[in-house]
Design a protein around this ligand. Structure first.
Ligand code: PEP
Ligand code: MG
Length: 587
């Protein structure tokens, strides 16, 4: 039995068979070949190489046809490596002299290249490591004559184990078969984690390297509340976890009764619970769980995992789908928040001429990118505005840091409105316009922002990242990424008080609002609108209906007197569990 401690990112327990994604999905033969077979194997390798070059060239030509010459150049790096004479010589010499099968020779040589690139100090070379892995996969696929076993084409239930999963790969996980997942890398606030929560898949990230010690088919337990991963558990552990899993299922059944009831505190204060979504189809799930609207639609997911830009019509159809699901409930569409860990593969950066950034979280992301690439921004705004004729749509700008950005973004909206009006296209002129409060500068300057917006939504995921100077996707600094940090709580308290003074509606859509641990604190600080992942709606409602505002104010007051995150979190957990012992599984 192997126990690994990672970072808990998506609640629940999964018990199932391991499916290891990545290099292990190729069955690379490790036997030596006969001396007499050498020439035949070299011929097989050369054919595979030729077919890989052919396939890449075809892909490049297709992209050039669709997106123009410049976009096709993204294939040049791969083609260059693939056609390198030295690479070919190295592989052939392993086949000829060491009698390696071509698959093994390809893997060994390319992994050696990847290692060399990885150790180079220049980040531009370090980035080529992924190109080298791509080429390895391409050659192996071509040699083995069978498609790469995609996680997205599963036939039976599995726990997916991978070195890394991007947010868009996570989104393509088939919920019917993926019981849970574990990644070696990743941090607590990354979007892979957020998508896992949206899909309701228990997940642990940032365990560090362990894939070498697991085989496909091993039994795996994923404890998405404590961040534990157990490989080949003994019978006692397995039984313990089965019992916990049954208890969670029983709690879910009990919570279902709350769906039609309001989130009202015991002393009669109404709390509003809305849903966070990444994909239009999640709106339906939010509604089933009793969401009063969509408080955050992360539209950047329309751009991920694809090789072309979504056009206005595609945006429009996606928004219409959400509106259809939500009826007359409000839908807050956040304009695209691309960049940082939400990068739609390499084609978009290249197409838009982004330079490689050494600090992408502090770089040209989100609203900054939108204001720099107006045609992209305008086409999304046209779609949102057109959709506003059909339902209660609201526009929200992400990552606003200055008043000038807010004003520019609003100016673009006004200009797009004029364009639509001139063309006689219907839209709602009084559409509410709000902004995310997720950069500390906006909390400090909130009194100046508030007169210019209809609402704000606090994004604690980024607010924490930027307040503590801690990368939300980096497991090495996870101890600093804690929503119980007293500095964050002070900022929240300040923002909520200022918004209340100005009478501007305020919600909170960071992941903090989806954790029952923080519900009392947030109500105590004055929050009345939570936007949470679908799977958390009923749990948060349960807390709201079990407490009084007076009780929550006391909790917030005590928490604010404390000076470190560990004590605050322990205290909040204690208060929660004393009222609702069923949440004692939360660490
Ligand atoms: C946030 O930062 O809290 C937020 C809701 O936005 P995202 O997680 O998409 O960055
Ligand atoms: Mg954010």
């Amino acid at each position: 039995m192997l126990r690994l401690q990672g970072i808990a990112v998506s609640s629940g327990i999964a018990i199932g068979e391991a499916m290891v994604l990545g290099r292990e999905t190729f069955d690379v033969p490790d036997h030596l070949i006969e001396g007499t077979a050498v020439e035949e194997e070299i011929r097989r390798f050369r054919e595979a190489l030729e077919s890989a070059v052919g396939e890449l060239s075809r892909q490049r030509d297709a992209v050039i046809r669709e997106l123009g010459q410049r976009s096709g150049s993204i294939f040049n790096a791969h083609l260059e490596i693939l056609q390198d004479a030295k690479l070919r010589e190295d592989i052939e010499s392993l086949i000829r002299e060491r009698h390696h099968a071509p698959e093994r020779a390809v893997s060994r040589v390319l992994r050696r290249y990847a290692d060399v690139f990885r150790r180079l100090p220049n980040p531009n070379f370090a980035e080529r490591v992924n190109d080298v892995y791509d080429i390895e996969r391409l050659l192996l696929r071509s040699l083995l004559g069978q498609p790469h076993r995609e996680v997205f084409e599963l036939q039976s239930p599995v726990v997916v184990l991978a070195a890394n999963l991007t947010p868009s790969e996570t989104a393509r996980l088939d919920r019917r078969f993926v019981q849970g997942f574990v990644t070696e890398t990743g941090g607590p606030g990354g979007h892979t984690a957020i998508v896992a929560q949206g899909l309701g898949i228990p997940a642990v990230v940032g365990t560090g390297p362990f894939l070498g010690e697991v085989s496909g088919g091993d039994t795996i337990i994923v404890d998405g509340d404590r961040g534990l991963v157990i490989v080949s558990p003994d019978n006692v552990t397995l039984e313990e976890y089965r019992a916990q899993s049954r208890a969670i299922a029983a709690l879910q059944v009990e919570l279902r009764d709350l769906r039609g009831l309001p989130a009202e505190t015991r002393d009669g204060t109404r709390i509003h619970l809305l849903g966070n979504i990444e994909f239009p189809q999640e709106a339906e799930t939010c509604l089933e769980q009793g969401a009063e609207g969509i408080g955050l639609y992360r539209t950047e997911f329309l751009y991920l995992g694809r090789s072309t830009l979504p056009q206005e019509e595609e945006h429009y159809q996606a928004y219409c789908q959400v509106i259809r699901s939500m009826g007359d409930r409000p839908v807050t569409v956040r304009t695209f928040d691309l960049g940082a860990d939400k990068v739609p593969h390499e084609w978009l950066p290249r197409q838009l001429g982004w330079e490689t950034e050494s600090n992408p979280c502090l770089g040209l992301r989100s609203i900054r990118l939108a204001l720099r690439h107006l045609p992209l921004f305008r086409s999304q705004l046209r779609a949102i505005l057109r959709a506003s004729a059909l339902g209660r749509v609201e526009i929200m700008f992400p990552l606003i840091a200055t008043l000038a950005e807010l004003r520019q973004a609003k100016f673009v909206v006004a200009d797009v409105m004029e364009e639509l009006a001139e063309a006689g296209i219907p839209f709602r002129r009084e559409i509410p316009i709000g902004m995310m409060v997720e950069v500390p500068s906006t909390v400090v300057m909130l009194d100046r922002f508030l007169p210019e917006v209809d609402f704000i939504s606090i994004g604690t995921n980024d607010l924490l990242q930027y307040t503590m100077a801690v990368d939300r996707t980096n497991r090495a600094v996870v101890s600093l990424y804690n929503a119980a940090e007293p500095a964050l709580i002070r900022l929240l308290s300040q923002a909520l008080a200022t918004a209340q003074e100005h009478g501007v509606p305020v919600g909170l859509c960071g992941q903090m609002s989806s954790s029952p641990i923080y519900t009392m604190l947030l109500i105590g600080l004055g929050l009345r609108q939570f936007s949470v992942t679908a799977g958390a709606i009923l749990e948060i409602k349960k807390v709201c209906r079990s407490v009084t505002v007076a009780q929550c104010r006391m909790v917030a007051k005590r928490a604010m007197e404390m000076e470190n995150a560990r004590d605050i979190r322990a205290y909040l957990r204690e208060e929660l569990v004393s009222i609702l012992p069923e949440f004692s599984r939360l660490p």
